[in-house]
Design a protein around this ligand. Structure first.
Ligand code: ZN
Length: 232
């Protein structure tokens, strides 16, 4: 089968497999080779720009983004890449400008929520800032900077995933959470890899969600199905 016939989802799986198995620099090289032969894989181009940003090759990422804009003048998704790029360049004004554009066309990420939240916090709209950080935590649980910022804003101590965060639940509450998440995952049919049911439960049980999320993260729970599995 020719690679052009591969579906976007297959390519997505392939590139994220490279990322996990080979690490950033090797997977950047693999994806670049793939794009040399097949420059029109737009999704892959966006993915590569982001891996380069994560690997702190910001100049490489910028060149990639500009090349993509030339090849695909109609494509609007570059605003997300630019928001990420400027954010990591510590150019907050430009990062914010593109984050707003990205959000307008429903393109979000952990970083986008972080940027939008930071702007509100700086303008003293603390509640709005917290609610944007929460959106980021719920939808992009692996983007842990949102949780760190939210906890910091609450004046609490932050525990990273590799630290031992205190458990805010009693044993009975923990059992109840697992059951609640299990039932809802079953009803939903699959996990969308967010924290939506964990959050719903925390509201019902009146448990501080950021404290809960830190505990879940430090026990390898980064979405509802992982929380269900690691606590069952
Ligand atoms: Zn999941």
């Amino acid at each position: 089968m020719e690679i052009n016939e591969l579906s976007e989802s297959t390519i997505k799986t392939l590139t994220s497999h490279w990322e996990c198995e080979l690490g950033e620099s090797k997977s950047i090289q693999f994806i670049q080779e793939l794009l040399e032969k097949h420059p029109n894989l737009l999704e892959v181009r966006h993915r590569l720009a982001n891996i380069m940003i994560e690997a702190e090759d910001l100049d490489g990422a910028e060149a990639m983004i500009q090349e993509t804009r030339k090849l695909f003048p109609q494509d609007k998704d570059y605003v997300l890449d630019l928001a990420h790029l400027y954010f990591f360049r510590d150019d907050f004004d430009n990062a914010y400008k593109y984050a707003v554009e990205a959000e307008k066309i429903d393109l979000t990420s952990g970083v986008i929520f972080y940027i939008l939240a930071e702007k509100q916090i700086q303008a003293d709209n603390k509640l709005e800032g917290q609610s944007l950080l929460l959106e980021g935590i719920l939808n992009f649980p692996h983007a842990i900077q949102n949780l760190e910022r939210a906890v910091e804003e609450q004046g609490e101590k932050y525990f990273a995933p590799d630290e031992e965060a205190p458990n805010p639940m009693s044993e009975d509450e923990q059992k109840d959470m697992v059951q609640f998440i299990g039932e809802n995952l079953e009803k939903a049919g699959s996990c969308d890899h967010t924290f939506r049911f964990s959050y719903e439960w925390s509201e019902k049980a009146e448990i501080n969600f950021t404290q809960l999320a830190m505990y879940l993260n430090s026990n390898d729970g980064f979405c509802d199905c992982e929380v269900h599995e690691t606590n069952s």
